[in-house]
Design a protein around this ligand. Structure first.
Ligand code: ZN
Length: 147
């Protein structure tokens, strides 16, 4: 199909020209044509702009490990390190106080038994979540090393 500007090669060669991927004959053909043809020069410019935009978009996309929950700044890392013990400590204190109240307020060994059962159940679930999380973090680190 003849191009309106009279070029004798396919548009694909223009993008090949941009990439320096043409054999010498093609490269020369494109270069000679570009000297005469403003339309194709514009096309090449547009291709270059699109390519540049694609490149920078690739760089802007966060890499895998940046999606994860790993803190990004020193401050947030610090808050993360400090935050967890505080939350866990607070939870243990409040939970312990509540449990102590329930335990001392229990009127029979059956109530105490129910209390112990419930607490160990929750404890096991919590432990499970904690272990899974650690495992996930290890896997993440491994994946990062693999790259
Ligand atoms: Zn042309």
């Amino acid at each position: 199909m003849p191009e309106p500007c009279g070029r004798t090669f396919e548009e694909a060669l223009l993008s090949g020209y941009l990439d320096d991927a043409l054999v010498q004959g093609d490269e020369q053909r494109v270069r000679v044509h570009l000297e005469d043809c403003a339309t194709c020069r514009t096309l090449v410019d547009e291709l270059a702009a699109v390519r540049e935009a694609t490149m920078s978009a690739t760089f802007d996309t966060p890499r895998d490990h940046e999606w994860s929950e790993v803190p990004r700044t020193e401050t947030s890392r610090f808050a993360n390190i400090l935050g967890w013990p505080l939350v866990i400590g607070w939870g243990a204190l409040v939970g312990g106080y509540a449990l102590w109240n329930l335990w001392t307020g229990a009127e029979s060994w059956i109530e105490q038994l129910i209390l112990v059962g419930g607490v160990s159940g929750f404890g096991l679930l919590f432990l499970r979540v904690l272990l899974d999380r650690r495992q996930a973090m290890k896997t993440d680190r491994y994946r990062e090393v693999q790259k």
